[in-house]
Design a binder for this molecule. Structure first.
Ligand code: CMC
Length: 431
């Protein structure tokens, strides 16, 4: 079959360039513009990457028009239904579902790397107790590179794998420690007899004086949220990890960069922002006012948890979390949670409003994830931290994929310069 090409013509000079069109396994074909500047002396301009594929990847597939999300080819609904987070982590990292032995071995490795270096504990005390836990995460995760020198050779595949395991294992420990520090309680050590998600809850809620028995409903809900948040293709934080990694920075520094990018309310910070917004709205009677604000171009207010760059149909993760939030609130005897009622009413009103219909603005995963986290007793400022634990798997999988990609080069975008033309320096006494 002949290669497909795409011809671009300069209307001014009549010069034309034929660009290769690369077919994807699923999704739209991609015009390869790598030679465009060399051949035509022009750049492409695409702020926000609206039409740009920044890399090739075989990890996650999204069809935003149809509301499809697949990890390594498996529909998210099936993984959410029958998988567990560690199994999904293995799938994302290694490309295939593990067999029983592989899963047991992987689970053992992740469990046995959950402790952090004792000296790291001192870092937490250096932060103000009212520090946002995401600020603590950025700092402490970045600092792991100062501790684990034995696995920092990024050109050694075994070192890369060890670092990947360490990051996935230690994220819950660091996250729980940042929470404990914020409430002035001592750090609780991980417990190897518990699953990944049960251990997370144990480290958050146990104290040296009292054990904590993780509620199976809470563990199940956390497991689901972690699966749904584990990867999402080339989103802002994953692209940040890839860009940082492209300069051959160490993986701990790259993941810290990813955490920083995730923090923003347009991305992972949305789950915290949704709860803040619901608190601000306060009552069903105020919804119309806030919907009007969201539609007003002169008002910065947006309905948090609504809209997505890729999904122009229902976010499949939102469909799953919506169902679970209901089940979870019932099982945890929290069904009268006024936030949930308010959220359901807000969703109903927004989904019947022309503004949201025309722009295809549907609730995204984070419209519901905060409600579930809240039902589990997790404080608002920890929501994005929880997201970062799950997404670490995706970040690490993308970093590993990138490091193995023979086409990998330093990420170095160009710009459309709109500053001054060359001008002469004016001495201080003449300005
Ligand atoms: N409330 C009100 N209007 C909105 C919203 C919203 N949440 N989201 C988008 N719009 C409007 C926007 O004003 C624009 O209108 P117009 O065409 O008249 O100028 C139109 O919809 C398109 O919006 P955009 O900002 O150009 O879209 P984007 O793809 O650049 O942004 C987004 C996507 C997710 C950042 C945005 O929808 C948003 O800010 N949503 C709220 C924050 C949020 O929930 N983020 C979590 C995303 S899911 C978790 C994750 O994967 O990170």
């Amino acid at each position: 079959m002949a290669d497909k090409t795409f011809t671009l013509t300069n209307d001014e000079t009549g010069d034309a360039v034929r660009l290769m069109v690369r077919e994807s396994v699923q999704g739209p074909p991609t015009v390869d513009v790598t030679s465009l500047y060399r051949q035509m002396g022009v750049f492409t301009y695409d702020p926000g990457f609206m039409s740009t594929a920044s890399c090739t990847s075989g990890i996650t597939y999204i069809d935003g028009e149809e509301g499809v999300l697949e990890y390594r080819g498996y529909p998210i609904e099936q993984l959410a239904e029958s998988g567990n987070f560690i199994e999904v982590a293995y799938l994302l990292l290694y490309g295939e579902l593990p067999n029983k032995d592989e899963l047991e071995k992987f689970d053992g490795i992740i469990t046995h790397h959950t402790m952090i270096n004792e000296s790291l504990k001192g870092f937490f005390n250096g932060f103000q107790s009212n520090a946002h836990p995401m600020a603590v995460m950025v700092g402490v995760v970045g600092s792991l590179s100062a501790f684990y020198h034995d696995s920092l050779d990024i050109n050694d595949p075994r070192h890369r794998e060890i670092s990947a395991h360490r990051l996935i294992s230690k994220m819950p420990t660091i996250a729980a420690a940042s929470y404990k520090h914020s409430i002035g309680e001592p750090i609780v050590y991980p417990r190897n007899s518990l699953s990944y998600c049960a251990n997370m809850l144990h480290m958050m809620y146990a104290t040296p004086c009292e054990d904590y028995e993780p509620d199976p409903v809470a563990v199940k809900a956390l497991n689901l949220l972690f699966i749904l948040h584990a990867d999402h293709e080339q989103n802002a934080s994953t692209s940040t990890v890839r860009l940082a990694g492209s300069s051959q920075a160490n993986p701990f520094a790259c993941i810290a960069a990813g955490i920083a990018s995730l923090w923003g309310p347009a991305h992972g910070g949305a789950n915290e922002a949704v709860l803040d917004m619901l608190t601000e709205i306060g009552d069903v009677s105020n919804i119309d006012k806030y919907i009007a604000r969201a539609k007003d171009k002169n008002d910065k207010f947006r309905l948090m948890g609504f809209g997505h760059r890729v999904y122009k149909n229902r976010d499949p993760r939102a469909t799953l979390t919506r169902k679970v939030s209901h089940e979870c609130l019932s099982a945890l005897a929290d069904q009268n949670n006024p936030m949930f009622e308010l959220a359901m009413r807000l969703e109903e009103i927004a989904l019947s409003d022309d503004y949201f219909i025309e722009r295809k603005l549907y609730p995204n995963i984070d419209f519901y994830s905060g409600i579930i986290y809240r039902a589990l007793g997790i404080p608002n400022n920890m929501f994005t931290v929880m997201f970062s634990i799950a997404r670490t798997v995706g970040w690490v999988a993308h970093w590993l994929e990138m490091m193995d990609d023979p086409q990998q080069r330093i990420g170095r975008p160009r710009q459309l310069y709109n500053g001054y033309q060359r001008r002469q320096y004016v001495p201080l006494d003449k300005r």
